[in-house]
Design a protein around this ligand. Structure first.
Ligand SMILES: C[S@@+](CC[C@H](N)C(=O)[O-])C[C@H]1O[C@@H](n2cnc3c(N)ncnc32)[C@H](O)[C@@H]1O
Length: 186
């Protein structure tokens, strides 16, 4: 079981891509840290998640302190996906049973203080001359790896996985919880 945590991300396009991967890989909740108001996905400002955000519960947390308290309350191990000086490489990492998978801001990533509080810091190996991957790509690769041992989950028809009517956006299911005024856990 995993939740996906977006720490201070700025780009709606990245968030949209991550929400799509999160749903496809069977994630539990999406956690948005450091943004007081809910994302307003506008037409053309994001490509993917207007429907998908309705099928996954979104939790808003005010700051990193609130996030680590939430992890403790939810019995989730925070695992940072980040390039680190002495990394555990993704293929060598065993994800905890209950993982909060965290990715960082597009410009500055996750701070050393944040990484020090995580149960694991996992780096995706790179081989070509570029400093880092796109955050949504990194997150999706980590979700794939986290799920790799699972058996194929659902039937395929043509070039798509089949989605049951009860699982479609708009069917009774998880609700999107808005943040409180204080921006705390919802
Ligand atoms: C574009 S990076 C942040 C900028 C980067 N620290 C730099 O100085 O260029 C945004 C996020 O993508 C993820 N990321 C990018 N490349 C990664 C890699 N090779 N391994 C793990 N995470 C990565 C991390 O979560 C990171 O916080």
């Amino acid at each position: 079981m995993f939740c996906t945590v977006l720490n201070d991300l700025k780009s709606p396009e990245n968030i949209g891509m991550i929400v799509r991967s999160h749903v496809a890989f069977g994630g539990d909740r999406v956690v948005i840290v450091g943004r007081k108001t809910p994302w307003r996905f506008k037409k053309r400002s994001q490509a993917f998640s207007r429907r998908l955000e309705k099928v996954s519960e979104i939790v808003h947390l005010e700051d990193e302190a609130a996030f680590f308290a939430w992890c403790e309350a939810e019995r989730l191990a925070p695992v940072a996906i980040e390039i680190a000086a002495s990394p555990t490489l993704l293929p060598d990492f065993t994800f905890p049973q209950r993982t909060a998978l965290v990715v960082g801001n597009e410009g500055v990533g996750l701070s050393p203080a944040f990484l020090a509080r995580c149960a694991g810091v996992v780096t995706i190996p790179q081989f070509g001359p570029v400093g880092s991957l796109n955050v949504a790509i990194s997150c999706s690769i980590a979700m794939y790896e986290l799920n790799r041992a699972r058996p194929l989950g659902r039937p395929i028809a043509g070039h798509k996985y089949l989605v049951q009517p009860s699982e479609r956006p708009g069917a009774a299911g998880p609700s999107v919880a808005p943040p409180t005024d204080a921006g705390g856990a919802t």
